[in-house]
Design a protein around this ligand. Structure first.
Ligand code: ATP
Ligand code: MG
Length: 403
């Protein structure tokens, strides 16, 4: 059976295509999933392209979310997985460089593939594993080349996000950008400034997480695109300061931490604001920077490991390794964590009430919190045992400082 060729994510999505076809419409797997299938990379989302209109798709399936009906996209939930199903379309102009001004639904896949960004992404695959490849995408994939579908100058002009997409694919896949495409990217790169920041941030985050990040950064530099990104546009030297020992960073919080550490004059707040980040990303960056700075003077001691939220351990190791390659690894930090006498303040054998009870004559105030922090630190670093009587004894020699 030819179908056996399809791998698991495609087989799971197969009933969707079968349903559409049963109703006399065409449907194909399309875009990144076909590319990644050929590259034998893990498949992210399986996207489907169809001649059926969004209204028909909505009727054919029970669980649907009309995410972008006007652009022809409907999400279908099948066995707990969501699939974007997009009607074959051609796009009108891109006057705001955010969304096409208009889209027109069509019933042939050819023109739909033509509107796609790169040859490697302009592939469609049917249920038998046959691939429609109108622009030599397979050849480019084999040669590891990123090349626009059609005239790059026009394609980048239409949607300058494609410039950043080329960079992020070069970082994710380790591909070269075709010299002609690169030349056209350079010519259009200032148009990046007209993009919605959120779109930029999304691609930039993916770029930094790419396995071939040095390749991506090399292209970011030689294409000159960085000069049109927020903050980089005011501070282009930043690009030169990114260490050669850069490693993939898996969240934008880690990226901000790195870039802030390269130039402390640009605060985390400023990065957050100009790149429109979430509070969570800003908090992550702040925690990583704090831990990094502590590490610079104290190395990785128990206090650092105790204070740093466990969810940031891997990111912290990644940042340290960019500045001090090979100094510490994940096992080192986990070993310290495991050896901690205390993992959270809740485990401390005394609390505020004990202190009030022991010092009834001192008016309640910030001294309670300060004292608890001191005790906590002594216990964490191992100079004080975490039991009530030891702590009480220790306090006798280290009474609260109250003015
Ligand atoms: P990923 O693995 O990151 O999802 P992808 O190639 O699937 O990569 P998506 O952003 O999911 O990227 O887009 C799906 C497909 O839609 C692409 O493969 C491409 O064919 C097309 N596409 C996406 N964005 C654009 C764009 N800005 N211009 C033209 N075509 C695009
Ligand atoms: Mg995708």
């Amino acid at each position: 059976m030819v179908n056996c060729m399809l791998t698991e994510p495609f087989n799971r999505a197969k009933p969707i295509i079968e349903t559409i076809k049963k109703h006399n419409h065409q449907a194909y797997f399309v875009g990144g999933c076909v590319r990644d299938y050929l590259l034998k990379r893990p498949i992210g989302d399986v996207d489907i392209s169809t001649s059926a209109s969004p209204a028909i798709i909505q009727k054919l399936f029970k669980k649907v979310i009309p995410v972008g009906i006007e652009h022809g996209t409907v999400v279908v939930i099948h066995e707990d997985t969501s699939y974007e199903i997009t009607t074959f379309r051609v796009e009108g102009g891109y006057s705001d460089q955010r969304h096409p001004d208009s889209v027109k639904f069509i019933d042939q896949i050819d023109k739909d593939l033509e509107r796609r960004d790169f040859t490697m992404n302009a592939l469609a695959m049917d249920l038998s594993g046959h691939i429609i490849d109108l622009f030599d995408g397979k050849k480019d994939i084999n040669a590891k080349i990123i090349r626009t579908v059609g005239n790059g100058y026009e394609r980048f002009k239409e949607d300058p996000l494609r410039i950043l997409r080329a960079l992020r694919f070069s970082s994710q896949l380790g591909f070269q950008i075709h010299p002609e495409t690169l030349k056209q990217m350079k010519e259009i790169s200032s148009d990046i400034e007209s993009l919605a920041v959120e779109r930029i941030t999304k691609e930039f985050t993916k770029m930094f997480a790419g396995e071939y990040i040095t390749n991506g950064l090399q292209y970011l530099k030689i294409s000159g695109s960085y000069k049109y990104l927020p903050i980089f546009s005011e501070d282009p030297d930043l690009m030169e300061q990114i260490p050669k020992s850069i490693q993939p960073l898996y969240s934008f919080g880690e990226v901000i931490a790195l870039l802030h550490l390269l130039n402390k004059e640009r605060s985390i707040m400023e990065w957050g604001k100009k790149w429109k980040c979430s509070n969570q990303e800003k908090m992550e960056a702040a925690a990583l920077v704090k831990a990094f700075e502590y590490f610079q003077t104290n190395n990785m001691d128990k206090w650092l490991v105790y204070k740093l939220d466990k969810v940031y351990y891997n990111g912290f190791i990644r940042i340290i390794n960019i500045f001090h390659p090979g100094r510490i690894d994940n096992k080192d930090i986990l070993d310290v964590y495991q050896a901690l006498p205390l993992h959270s303040r809740k485990e401390l054998c005394v609390n505020g009430n004990d202190l009030i009870h022991w010092f009834p004559n001192i008016k309640q105030g910030p001294w309670i919190h300060d004292m608890l922090t001191k005790i906590e630190k002594e216990v964490v670093i191992g100079t004080l045992i975490n039991n009530k009587s030891d702590i009480k004894d220790w306090i006798k020699w280290n009474p609260p400082e109250v003015n």
